[in-house]
Design a protein around this ligand. Structure first.
Ligand SMILES: N[C@@H](CCC(=O)N[C@@H](CS)C(=O)NCC(=O)O)C(=O)O
Length: 280
């Protein structure tokens, strides 16, 4: 250990005036809206409110895959929610996701709007609505759900743990970086062993489990997250890399990754999507 903490927790925690670090300005210890503002509604039955982060692109990949399969009812409006400006705390957004996190979806195709939040819940909702990318029964369905929930439970150790302390925290602290690098590498090894034996994460077919896992773990092995490829020696996970590269080449994945993206190369950014042509 190279860092020695001198922090002694008080009896009762109070929020710091400024904790520093990326995203510190949007952290609050309470839920609920900070301001009144409604959400825009476009012409399609599916309205997505999101941002092109790993959690956000899970859903745009799924929608673009559905459209590529010919499901015209999966056409959608994707509105940009700038989380660094606090748009997730508007009254309109909190109504559709009380947890104030992107992505959130509203399905307006029925008699009353259905709100869907949590990316895993959105993937299952869409898979069941259109009957695609989620096997209907048996081992294949159980495996898809196993790996989907594995992602939902595991990725916070990568994003909120490793990524936060390695890339975003105001100072580099060895203890949390060691702890979360250990866990991130363990998770990559879990995936590598699975993908050594199967073409896709849940078995022989491409499913919502791949769509959920790829933006995080595919991004890690392709060196796109936190610039941590060398640090984590991601070249060790060659089966994850094989799978990640195959998925990255899918046309619907390429399209989905552009939606609500506001960083990177200008030609890969489509801040809002209201028509298929917006991505052409
Ligand atoms: N478990 C959630 C996580 C969503 C999440 O953490 N979203 C982040 C962006 S990737 C967010 O909206 N952060 C805003 C905030 O923390 O205020 C999901 O999978 O939908």
């Amino acid at each position: 250990m190279t860092d020695q903490s001198t922090y002694v927790p008080p009896k009762v925690w109070t929020p710091p005036a400024a904790s520093g670090g990326t995203f510190a300005n949007i952290n609050r210890p309470v839920a609920g809206p900070t301001h009144e503002a409604g959400l825009p509604v476009g012409k399609h039955p599916l309205q997505l409110y999101s941002l092109g982060t790993p959690n956000g692109v899970k859903v745009t990949i799924m929608l673009e895959e559905l459209i590529a399969l010919g499901y015209v009812q999966a056409e959608y409006d994707a509105w940009l929610i700038r989380i660094n400006e606090g748009a997730q705390f508007s009254s309109g957004f909190v109504e559709i996701n009380p947890n104030s996190k992107i992505p959130a979806l509203v399905d307006r195709s029925g008699p009353q709007p259905v709100r869907v939040f949590e990316s895993g819940s959105i993937l299952v909702y869409l898979a069941e609505k259109f009957g695609a990318f989620l096997p209907k029964e048996g081992v294949a369905r159980a495996e898809t759900m196993n790996w989907l929930f594995w992602q939902m439970g595991s990725a916070p150790f990568v994003g909120g743990g490793f990524g936060h302390f390695y890339a975003y925290a105001p100072e580099k602290l060895q203890y949390p970086i060691d702890r979360y690098a250990m866990e991130t590498k363990r998770q990559l090894d879990v995936l590598d062993r699975q993908l050594a034996e199967h073409p896709y994460v849940a078995g022989s077919d491409y499913t919502i489990a791949d769509m959920a896992i790829w933006p995080w773990y595919g991004g890690m092995v392709r060196g796109e997250l936190y610039e941590a490829g060398e640090f984590l020696a991601v070249h060790e996970y060659k089966h994850v890399r094989r799978w990640a590269d195959e998925i990255a080449a899918r046309p619907a994945v390429i399209r989905g990754c552009k939606v609500n993206r506001v960083r990177g190369k200008p030609e890969e950014q489509v801040a809002e999507r209201h028509d298929a042509a917006d991505l052409d």
